[in-house]
Structures are given as C-alpha cells and as structure tokens.
Design a protein around this ligand. Structure first.
Ligand code: DCP
Ligand code: MG
Length: 429
C-alpha cells in the first residue's frame, strides 16, 4: 500500500504535496553521547575493531577528515585524540524506533529508509496541525531533540528527492524548506553527484560528457543518458527536473528490503578455502534470519573487497523465492567460484539477500507451510538458537546444491538429517 499525496480538494494550501525528510546527525555517535554525556562535544568515532571501518563520526571528528567507511586505522592516524567506540546496535535500534514513533505522530504516512532516516508525508495535514508545515517540521525535529537528546536535520519539499537533497544542505542540525514551485532553481545548481542515486562512478561518467549539475542532468538528451546510465538515465533526468515524485511508501517502507552480513578478515588473505568457509557461514546466518521472519528472497548476492579496496559484487536471481539453506548455499557457492578469479588478497566479504517476499511456497499441498523453512532447516535453526551457531555445521555443498555431511566419528546429533554437529552439546541442566 502506498499513501496517496493528492490531499483534500480544499485549495492549493491544503493539497500541495509536501514531504519532510528526516536524517539524524552522526546517529550512532549521538546515541553514544546521550548514554555517556562526558563525550558530548568531543571527537568520537564508532566503528569496528582495528581491521574495521568507521560507521559514524561526530562532526568534531569530521573536522579532521574522518568519514564513514574509512578504515579505522586511517581514522586513528588523522584523529588520534578521538574516542573510539565499538558499535552498540541494540541501543541504536531502540533510539531509531523511538525516533520513528515521533515521526508517526505527525502523519500516518511515514517511510523508513534506514536506521536513522525516513520520510513523513505532511500533505494535507495543515488543518490537523493548524500551523504552516515548515513550522510543523521544525516542531517535529525539536521533539526528537528534546525527547531523545539527539539532533536530526530535515528537508521539506515537494518530492522525496528534493526533500532529501534539502536535508543534506541543512546538515548538521538544520531544517531547509524548499518551495516546490521554485526548488528546481536552487537544486539545479548543485553538482550532479548531490542527487540521490548518482554515485561517484555515474558522476564521473556524466561530468565527462559535460553534465556537471543537477540542472544539466534535467536538460540532457534522453538518448545520451540512456547510453551513459542505461535504463536509469531517463528516470534520473525526470527526477532531476522535479517532475517525478515517487510516493511515500508506508507499510512496505517499514518492511526490511534486504538481509545482509559482512565480515572484515583478521588479515588480508589468499586462503580462499577459509574465505569460502566464512562466506558460507554468513550465508547460513542470513538465511536463518530470513526464515525466522517467515520471508523468502529472490536474489542472492556476494561482495568481495580486495586488499586494495576494490569491490567486486555479483548476484543471481532465482526462478522462485527461497529461504532454504540448501538453495542459498548453492547460489553463494556458485557466486564465490565466479567472483574469486584473481589471485589477490581478500580483505572483506559480505552476503546480501534481497528481493524479499513472503514465504508462501510449499512443496506439500496437504501440509500447511509455516514459512520457516524445510524440516531440516527448522531443526538446524532450533538447535543453533538453543546451543549456538557452531554446534551444527553444514559440511559440504555441491554446485547442484546437495548438502554432503562430512564423515565424523562421535555421536552426531542430527547427522541423519544431513548435517553434522561437531560438539554435540547437551542442554544445560
Ligand atoms: N552507518 C554505517 N556504515 C556506513 C554508513 C552509516 O554503519 N558506511 C551507520 C552509522 C550511522 C548510521 O548508519 O550513524 C546512519 O548513517 P548516516 O549516513 O545517516 O550517517 P550519520 O548519521 O552517522 O551522519 P550524518 O549526520 O551525515 O547523517
Ligand atoms: Mg544520519
């Protein structure tokens, strides 16, 4: 379902489409500063251990050049006096749901796009709030500040893209209202890379063809854009011109769109057997989460980051959505074999499952399908849930997807079901 923005037929002031984009400032760090007030105003960096990357940097740390996704070792070099903290996802999730609960009080149409970012469709709420909508937007951000103790920035405009671009201009701790009738005059002057969806690569391609601003993109010949960006080209031009306005997705927006996990290795390695083992473990963990939510996925993806920071990603789409370990491991195996083609050390690997759907399929028409996977998957998930992931190991996987239990000597809990349990742990008394 999507929430319509057509508004009531009560004149332009009521029906004008106005969308507020909200994005918390330095979110992970801000939460840490609320939990540890002594860190307020200091350069603070949240990220993995030494081999990891920066997740969030306070604006004080950004002054020294620290950015998200930068290796922690580099951040330590350029900002040695910063406080470095490991992530505390439970706390971030709790703050995130409180932030979206506040947003939901201003309009029923809220689309969650990430842990700290989303849209509120304020169209048609003028009479409800009894105040101009930029004032309402400002109240909403104030409420986030006073209730949660973190700063959030906002952009209020006639489309989601314009609102998001306005937020980026307002950051940190600001609110920018762009009159829908004139916003293209301001946004059109921004560099083309400022438009959401135009990444670094696309920006370079466009600039090489004289398209350097958002306005240039809006005016560029569609044929050229199709050649440069493929099918996305004409749509990008439409968005840049402000003519395209995708609706605020309410229900689906809240639903998880993908499941992923990635790991940075302890050291860069060419031990592909070990990397392959890690990839399989990630895939199994992601598949288990998918099953726990009663979902299935159409697309399985693998990302490999080499030591020189080049990323190679591959994905494959299936003929039907799946949440079966067997099928997901077989895909990951195939992707791994296709991806690992160069003899370079690997730094990081990740598995991403997308195209999320309800797990509606069932092989046995006379047995209702729970959505939680096959018997084998269910038993495996149950044992791992109780005794830990490592208690059950799926020990081999052929290209066709058949799981081969590895020969083992001891008493194997579950071995008849096609998996091995290396240390068959007994339930604790
Ligand atoms: N995040 C992450 N890794 C990244 C980017 C982000 O783990 N490469 C996490 C940490 C961020 C949170 O997601 O706090 C939100 O991402 P943002 O891009 O909104 O970044 P911040 O909120 O930290 O900063 P900003 O003020 O620029 O929004
Ligand atoms: Mg943010």
């Amino acid at each position: 379902m999507w929430c319509s923005n057509s508004g009531k037929k009560t004149g332009p002031a009521y029906s004008q489409r106005l969308i507020l984009h909200v994005d918390a400032d330095a979110f992970f760090v801000s939460v840490e500063q609320v939990l540890r007030p002594e860190l307020a105003g200091r350069p603070v960096i949240v990220g993995g251990e030494d081999r990891g990357v920066v997740s969030s940097a306070s604006y004080e740390a950004r002054r020294f050049g620290v950015r998200s996704a930068m290796p922690i070792v580099h951040a330590r070099r350029i900002c040695p006096h910063a406080v470095f903290l490991p992530p505390n996802f439970e706390a971030y999730k709790a703050f995130s749901s409180r932030m979206f609960a506040i947003m939901g009080r201003y309009s029923p149409a809220v689309e969650v796009t990430s842990i700290d970012e989303g849209y509120v469709d304020l169209t048609g709420t003028l009479r409800l709030h009894g105040a101009p909508l930029w004032e309402v937007a400002s109240r909403l951000l104030d409420e986030i500040r006073s209730t949660l103790g973190i700063n959030a920035s906002g952009g209020l405009a006639g489309s989601k893209t314009a609102a998001k671009m306005a937020t980026n201009l307002a950051k940190p701790n600001g609110l920018l209202y762009l009159d829908p009738a004139r916003s293209h005059l301001m946004l059109g002057r921004l560099p083309v890379g400022a438009m959401p969806g135009i990444g670094e690569k696309a920006q370079h391609v466009l600039e090489a063809h004289g398209i350097s601003t958002v306005g240039d993109l809006a005016a560029a010949p569609l044929q050229l854009l199709r050649r440069l960006l493929g099918r996305w080209g004409p749509k990008a031009a439409e968005i840049a011109s402000g003519k395209y306005g995708s609706p605020v997705f309410c229900d689906e927006g809240r639903a998880q769109k993908s499941y992923s996990m990635e790991r940075t290795l302890d050291r860069d390695t060419t031990d592909y057997a070990a990397v392959r083992g890690l990839v399989r473990k990630l895939a199994e963990k992601v598949a288990a989460k998918l099953r726990a939510d009663g979902k299935a996925a159409w697309t399985i993806g693998l990302k490999v980051r080499y030591a020189d920071f080049t990323d190679v990603s591959r994905s494959m789409s299936l003929r039907r959505a799946t949440n079966s370990n067997l099928e997901i491991l077989a895909c990951v195996e195939e992707l791994f074999n296709k991806t690992i083609s160069r003899r370079s050390p690997i730094r990081q690997v990740g598995v991403r499952i997308s195209g999320i759907d309800e797990a509606l399929f069932q092989d046995d028409l006379f047995r209702p399908y729970s959505g939680k996977g096959s018997d084998l998957d269910q038993v495996r998930d149950m044992i791992r849930g109780k005794f830990g992931f490592e208690t059950v190991r799926v020990s081999g996987c052929t290209a066709s997807g058949a799981v081969i239990p590895s020969p083992s000597k001891g008493p194997l809990l579950g071995s008849r079901l096609g998996f091995t349990c290396p240390e068959a742990k007994r339930p604790r008394a």
